[in-house]
Design a protein around this ligand. Sequence first.
Ligand SMILES: Cc1cc2nc3c(=O)[nH]c(=O)nc-3n(C[C@H](O)[C@H](O)[C@H](O)COP(=O)(O)OP(=O)(O)OC[C@H]3O[C@@H](n4cnc5c(N)ncnc54)[C@H](O)[C@@H]3O)c2cc1C
Ligand SMILES: *[C@@H]1O[C@H](CO)[C@@H](O)[C@H](O)[C@H]1NC(C)=O
Ligand SMILES: *[C@@H]1O[C@H](CO)[C@@H](O)[C@H](O)[C@H]1NC(C)=O
Ligand SMILES: *[C@@H]1O[C@H](CO)[C@@H](O)[C@H](O)[C@H]1NC(C)=O
Length: 444
Amino acid sequence: MASSAPVEIPSSILIVGSGAFGLSTAWALCQNPQYKNTLITVVDRQPFPCPDCSSIDTSRIIRPDYAAAPYTRLATVAQQRWRTDFAPEHYYEVGLAVTAWGPEQRYVSESLANVNAIGADKTEVLNSAEDIKRACGLEGKDEWGSGSTGYVNWSSGWANAEGAMMWLRENLEKLKRVKFVTESVKKLLIDHKMNTVYGVRLSNSTELKADLTVLAAGAWTAALIDLRGICKATGQALCYMPISAEEEALLSRRPTILNLSHGLFMIPPANGLLKIARHGHGYLNPTTIPNPESEDPHDTITTSLPYTCVDDPSQVVPTEGQRQCRDFLTAIHPSLSTPSRPFTRSKICWYTDTRNGDFLISYHPKYKGLFVATGGSGHGFKFLPVIGESILECIEGRTPEDFKGRWEWPAERVPEELWKGDGSRGGPIGLVLKEEMAKSKGKL
Ligand SMILES: Cc1cc2nc3c(=O)[nH]c(=O)nc-3n(C[C@H](O)[C@H](O)[C@H](O)COP(=O)(O)OP(=O)(O)OC[C@H]3O[C@@H](n4cnc5c(N)ncnc54)[C@H](O)[C@@H]3O)c2cc1C
Ligand SMILES: *[C@@H]1O[C@H](CO)[C@@H](O)[C@H](O)[C@H]1NC(C)=O
Ligand SMILES: *[C@@H]1O[C@H](CO)[C@@H](O)[C@H](O)[C@H]1NC(C)=O
Ligand SMILES: *[C@@H]1O[C@H](CO)[C@@H](O)[C@H](O)[C@H]1NC(C)=O
């Protein structure tokens, strides 16, 4: 099991990854006077804001209605910050309608039970396709069938993810406490005799040493340590369409609509751009790499890793994914979905999925000096204002009571075929990115 926390405050902390988990950790360290003499370094392979990481995008949903109570609690704290002092200019409280049909209805009703338990107010249960249509201002007849159920919470919202990340980064830079390095980490520096990690080697061979290395490299973390059976990268489809100011004015006051049955969702447009995406099982990208924990180049592992617009600037979402996004738009807003209005941009964004949707915020069970903060599982962004504080609590050995048994390094690796998931995903299962790309013409 996870080794115990160091008693002493590390004199140097190196954070790998300038995404939501990494930046929020750096922020928490800077706020905490105990760390005032600690050297803090954040290294990222891309200049900020990085084009392909999962924390940078037009929008991310901010909702406290989880099927698991601890996340509801923490998200409620985070949301209070979004509303008041954490990048509030990037937060929009227009509501979230969660709908489902069939087995996914269970997740909806469990979420609803939880939020009711903490004093639900501005919530409406939606019992029919007609209800959903009215609450969300849909013009379509919901061509995928009726019998839908769901609810809308008018107190949920969304955030401009890139704007909020810029806000955090600027505030962090103003403190002049953190050294930012732009360079890819090639490998951890591991002392195999002592089972200790003492820093990283960059791709230009420079070594950065630290008492504590915090791996927060999102879906790429699996390239730096062996996470087979613990975390896997799954690629999610995002499509964007420009819309007029009049269309935006109508839709921007409507709630986000997320259909858990197929995972498709539409976030209200902003800055002339409408986004349709899929919160699904995602594309896998099995890749064989040298075992990151081994010195032997012939020792390889195969694990799903991101493949993005940085690897291939012409990358687009495979036809299968674009078609689903298109079908969803046609079902809910047919007037926007005419052949003359193509998606002009699409992107694959990588979740770091765990077997049940819990984050992985833990010391490495084998290597001293190594802490891992990842496993966002497609729902980490909303916690940006608070996740760093929680990560710091875990670093100090004070894991929040209700997350004990959820965030720690799992006792065993479970074959990915047996993962149960978090119950919130819809759509096709087992898609492999390379196969779908081969089937696609790759045209928008
Ligand atoms: C399409 C999509 C939709 C989502 N929707 C929501 C939502 O609505 N609500 C919500 O709360 N959450 C949502 N999420 C989840 C949320 O965005 C993530 O949980 C969160 O952003 C993860 O942050 P991170 O810091 O772990 O990863 P990232 O933001 O990916 O950051 C990892 C960083 O590590 C860097 N890195 C990687 N490898 C190396 C290396 N070798 N050397 C140096 N640097 C490296 C990367 O460049 C990157 O900057 C969504 C995610 C996606 C992809
Ligand atoms: C709706 O969101 C608010 C604010 O985040 C929360 O307090 C409330 O419990 C939620 N209610 C439901 C039913 O989702
Ligand atoms: C949600 O998806 C289900 C299953 O595909 C479908 O029957 C239902 O009509 C959809 N609802 C909306 C609002 O799109
Ligand atoms: C490698 O990159 C780091 C960080 O950008 C820089 O400080 C260092 O000087 C570089 N080393 C070499 C040998 O170029």
